[in-house]
Ligand binder design. Sequence first.
Ligand SMILES: *Cc1c(COP(=O)(O)O)cnc(C)c1O
Length: 391
Amino acid sequence: MKSKKGFSSTSVHGVGERDKMGSVVMPIYQTSTFFFKSAEDGAKCFSGESDGFIYTRLGNPTIDEFEATIAALEHGYNGIATSSGMAAVNTVYLTYLGQGDHVVCHNALYGPSRGILETAYPRFGVESAFVDTTDLKNVEDAIKPNTRLIFLETPANPTIGICDIEAICKLAHQHGIKVCVDNTFCSPYLQNPLDLGADIVLHSLTKFINGHADIVGGIVIPKSEEDYGKLNYTMVNFGFNMDPHQAFLARRGVKTLGIRIDRAQENAMKVAEYLESHPKIAWVKYPGLKSHPQYDLAKKQMRGPGAMISFELKGGYEAGKRLMDNVKFCVLAVSLGGIETLIQHPASMTHSKLSKEARNVGGITQGLVRLAIGIEEVEDIIADLEQAMEE
Ligand SMILES: *Cc1c(COP(=O)(O)O)cnc(C)c1O
């Protein structure tokens, strides 16, 4: 589903039909079920001859309109909205992986996207490899005859490593392997993995797309009708569906996605430059800085560097914890992509359950801090970091 209009025009107006009752904003069809006009009408809905609604887990006008809008922004066939980002991840895993199959993943995936493959999927005979997919050679070496899926996150969480989507897709398709990209950190405003060859793209809507830190949600967008059918079957029958009220809020959030990211990334560039010149900071990772190891690749496959920054405090673990206690304006919380600036220390928070060695392999060092920049005035963000690092 492609739109000939610009990004924000599409995100505001959508691509589907407007509401039949004349409501300018798509209303919340808060219903579990839909009545049929006759036995024949019911029969046609079930056979697929008519596209009437049956039951909300299978489809709902509020959810459908939201799915079509995101699919248009990602240049995909159609969207499959889910109750959470993790429901979107599992919709993909459960569709393509079964007994005896193998999946190759980036080693710095969102924690639970990796964790579930390590703890639950081995019970169903699924094997996984976690490698640094920012180096194509590692992907090539990890592919086995039973590899069915390559699962990437770029930029990755929380190390901001960047994978070459086009090169990896080319390699994968030579082996008949599907590629899924978790595009949460970029949103469709900054990156369209399907245009670079990926088969499936997914999002935690909880982050940039909804953007207001008030719901949890996810979406899967395949490129082909065939993949859509398979993925939708998984979503519907495992019961990973979104609720109409969730869809309404996410639909409202996406209308301002473009302008929110413009402001957040303008702020992020200034914060990254400030941090890079700070004497207490060892290094900063931000795709907009020339010092980022994949700066050229970021320029090629992303339309902007985004709003996520990682940096390493020279003082290590203790300095990381001290910074968390000292910030007064930046909010000490996990998640990202909202309008407020959030800060967290992975070694003592999101990744604290991992051993120090496992953290180091994934690039999560002791003094690593992750900043998700919001849309506030940048002077206030920098002043807060300045006072918090003084002590
Ligand atoms: C948050 C997140 C998820 C999981 O999404 P939920 O909405 O929390 O279930 C998956 N991938 C990435 C990159 C995320 O940041």
